[in-house]
Ligand binder design. Sequence first.
Ligand SMILES: *Cc1c(COP(=O)(O)O)cnc(C)c1O
Length: 344
Amino acid sequence: MRPLSELTRPNILKLKPYSSARDEYGGKEAKIFLDANENPYNVPYNRYPDPLQRELKEKIAKIKRVKEDRIFLGNGSDEAIDLAYRCFTRPGIDNVVAIEPTYGMYKVCANINDVEYRPVLLDDHFQTTADRLLARCNSKTKLIWICSPNNPTGNNIRREEIIKTIERFDGLCVVDEAYSDFSSEVPLRLELEKYPNLIVLNTFSKAWGCAAIRLGMAFASHEIIEIFNKVKYPYNINTLTQKQALEILKEPYDVEKWVKIILIERDRMIEAFKMLPFCIKTYPTDANFVLIKVNDAQAVYNYLEARGIIVRNRSKVALCGNCLRITIGRKSENNELLSALRQY
Ligand SMILES: *Cc1c(COP(=O)(O)O)cnc(C)c1O
């Protein structure tokens, strides 16, 4: 790995971050707060939130088995994705490499930041290799994006190839594990200590059932987290989000139970999709959705939409011609979908 000081955008390396009232105070015991020009009325919403979300990180550290100082919390994973560009890539100069097809935000953020995006097409099994990814890198490549389980294909990218990529690449490797709770693969976030150039993304939006509160996580070396913290908005996670996240973290068994039910439903749905005469292929999945190839994706999409059932048409995505991406819902919702499909 190149030294982090070489990988970081020069202006970010030099940046002296904004210091908020609550940064300077640092969270020690106190009873009267007259430091942030807040209104003393309308408790508790009158107060700025903890800029570093210490209480929340302490709980996340235990559940995710990652040290507190290796956790960044953002307004959805999307904030961490954008920060990776803003901290480590120079607009108009650097480039990033990513598997293709994959989650759309990596490319959108590259475009917003005026950074060249180099997609590397997956093979027929939606797999890639370290060799293929590294062949697209040059001295200006700062990030490699790997989503595993991948969206929209659903499968895990082979772990040995991800590890080889991390080990051989001299920049930063971002592995998005948004769906790892639905997979039996050991998450790479647990290997963080071994790889100083690894950034792992997680989210509250999927297994944790909290897409509404916009809370994403990045796990990385303390040095990388410090750079993210320097660049993020001072109070990026609002009080309501922090509170709701603490609530859901008190009920991890609910999450486990949801995941179990979703996995059972996933297997049932795959078997049912296979029986549909117009379903050409159901792809293996390690996530909470299934990609299926049908004879006419737009027609099936329109048919379902007319019945009030919305799935995702991924036909225009590379390697996904005539493919629909179907999220696993509640049992009753899945049954309604199947009954509609059987009448198609
Ligand atoms: C859904 C999803 C996310 C979650 O994004 P949030 O901004 O945290 O809601 C992240 N990565 C991938 C690949 C996803 O599919």
